[in-house]
Design a protein around this ligand. Structure first.
Ligand code: HBI
Ligand code: FE
Length: 286
């Protein structure tokens, strides 16, 4: 996220947080949340990594209506020391990393309108809270997210934010995980989307490739359509280990001279679960 000079929105604190104002949500807002929640939890049951469903239970997110961040943060704090804070939308990278490094997940407080039920570009409260928060109740993933924030603060100094944004994109937002009985979803951008929750696992179109940090940091991504490639990790513990054990500075230097990889690239060195047809992407562009 290259930061154009982002103006701090009216009423936001120095760290860009704003009050959630839970009592201002309308009955229609709560109904939209309940509709999305019921539809996603039903279709995710055998698709999503079990730790996600466990997170919904631990955080008691099956209660009706939009979660109140104070109550949600109290339960989340007990589980892994994280809290959820409201922000107006995308915050500047350095601030975003600082929040994560301090176990604060920044979430939008607005919810999509009924006509945006199936897709909206910017993250709303359903994407942020249903998509991202349940896995923050999992210790290994919670530690990874904090390590990502700390890495981001370092990357900021090294001008390598774009590399880390790719790591975030292909794991936290659109990651898949391997289990003995097949692949499962865990990326928030997938699990909060009805269409992509099917596409990412079932459709022959996208590549599904083994997670490889260096390779992934060279790979471009799309923000306005389903992904053309998904990366598969073996476990959150492994993702955490690779993140905390990697000294990113020499890695960034090594990547310096290497060209980016296209969103649909497949390398001879890739661990290939699916070599996609890219039929979806072709249909979209034709
Ligand atoms: N701000 N609110 C918010 N949410 C994000 O997911 C987010 C952000 N700012 C920057 C950002 N993500 C990414 O570009 C970083 O990974 C670089
Ligand atoms: Fe997100």
């Amino acid at each position: 996220m290259a930061d154009a000079i982002m103006e701090r929105p009216e009423g936001a604190a120095a760290d860009w947080t704003i009050p959630q104002q839970w009592d201002r949500y309308s009955a229609a807002d709560h109904a939209t949340w309940d509709h999305l929640f019921a539809r996603q939890s039903a279709m995710l049951a055998d698709r999503v990594v079990p730790q996600f469903m466990a997170g919904l239970d631990i955080l008691r997110m099956d209660q009706p209506g939009i979660p109140d961040f104070d109550a949600l943060s109290e339960r989340l704090m007990k589980a892994t020391g994280w809290q959820v804070v409201a922000v107006p939308g995308l915050v500047p990278d350095a601030l975003f990393f600082d929040h994560l490094a301090n176990r604060r997940f920044v979430a939008g407080r607005f919810i999509r309108t009924p006509d945006q039920i199936d897709y909206l570009q910017e993250p709303d409260i359903f994407h942020d809270v249903f998509g991202h928060v349940p896995l923050l109740a999992n210790p290994a993933f919670a530690d990874f997210m904090q390590a990502y924030g700390q890495g981001g603060l370092r990357a900021d100094g090294l001008g390598a934010i774009a590399r880390l944004a790719r790591l975030y994109w292909y794991t936290v937002e659109f990651g898949l995980i391997r289990q003995d009985d097949g692949l499962r979803l865990y990326g928030a951008g997938i699990v909060s989307s009805y269409g992509e929750s099917r596409f990412a696992l079932d459709d022959p179109s996208p590549n599904r490739l083994g997670f490889d940090l260096k390779r992934l940091m060279r790979t471009q991504y799309k923000i306005d359509d389903y992904q053309q490639s998904y990366f598969v990790i073996d476990s959150f513990e492994d993702l955490l280990r690779q993140t905390v054990e990697t000294d990113f500075a020499p890695l960034y230097a090594e990547l310096e001279g290497q060209p980016d990889l296209a969103t649909d690239a497949v390398l001879p060195t890739d661990r290939v679960f699916t070599h996609g047809t890219q039929a979806h992407a072709r249909a979209i562009t034709s």
